[in-house]
Design a protein around this ligand. Structure first.
Ligand code: 8IG
Length: 269
């Protein structure tokens, strides 16, 4: 193999090496990606080991959107596990390519992470869900037309969203529904017709992240848990127009519940 410094594996190795040096930790057990609405609990998840600006680590970028965070917290959980907590992610619509989107997942894999928790803010397709509702991701539909895999990498996707982790999350909060997450490319929100399409395809949530990360995580052999926060009804589900400020506000209103949920989950992972 003709590895160059910017091939995705080398870049993840480089980032992992820097995290080892800067955090003084050889490996990690868990990784969490905290999306819109999910960041406020980050520092309650354990004893801090390191707090690194993502933009300073090889292959990572400062998030393009205000409110999307941009740090890597390394911490020791109450059960003694080492967790990597990413507050912020690179989205496909930032046009840095799919490898940049999944770089955090690959870096976590290089550090030995075997369990990945992906969170996001999403539009609710299911009219029963009001803004502020967390939903466990049971499966996904990738409508981006892209994949993080290179070459003939025929990985099995039948249990991408680890059933045992879905069950664990439901034990932590039995009120949580499950749903199918549909990743669109964005950055525009959907038209009402696209939301109806997502619904007839079996989708319950629409968003612009997460599915591509889950594919990379499965390639790396990780178990994956996903939880979406419904921050808005998807276009056409109600007569409200979509507004980024309202999305942020719904995330802030739900923050205490989400912080508790993530903390409780980390306690059993
Ligand atoms: I937060 O309604 C959030 N992210 N595609 N549609 C899509 N992404 C989203 C939405 C939404 N809300």
């Amino acid at each position: 193999m003709n590895a160059t410094v910017d091939d995705p594996t080398s870049l993840a190795l480089e980032a992992a090496a820097q995290i080892r040096t800067q955090a003084g930790t050889a490996s990690a057990d868990l990784a969490l990606v905290l999306g819109s609405g999910w960041k406020s609990g980050a520092d309650q998840l354990g004893t801090p080991v390191a707090d690194l600006p993502l933009g300073d680590l090889p292959g990572f970028h400062i998030p393009a959107v205000a409110g999307h965070g941009g740090r890597l917290l390394v911490l020791t959980t109450p059960t003694g596990k080492t967790a990597l907590v990413f507050t912020g992610r690179t989205h496909f619509y930032e046009e840095r390519g799919v490898d940049a989107v999944v770089h955090g997942v690959r870096t976590a894999a290089e550090l030995g992470v075997t369990t990945l928790v992906l969170t996001n803010g999403a539009g609710g397709v299911n009219p029963a869900w009001a803004p502020g509702q967390p939903v466990i991701i049971s499966d996904h539909i990738n409508l981006t037309g892209a994949s993080p895999l290179h070459g003939p990498t025929f990985i099995d996707m039948s249990t991408t969203w680890t059933p045992a982790l879905v069950a664990l999350a439901q034990q932590v909060d039995p009120s949580l529904p499950t749903g199918v997450y549909v990743q669109f490319r964005g950055p525009q929100y959907e038209t009402p017709a696209e939301v109806r399409m997502a619904r007839v395809l079996g989708g319950d949530l629409v968003g612009m992240s997460t599915a591509l990360e889950a594919i990379a995580a499965r390639e790396a052999g990780m178990d994956v848990l996903g939880i979406s926060l419904v921050t808005n009804a998807a276009a056409g589900v109600t007569d409200q127009p979509l507004d980024h400020a309202e999305v942020i506000a719904a995330g802030e209103a739900a923050a205490p519940r989400l912080a508790g949920l993530v903390r409780d989950l980390v306690g059993v992972l």
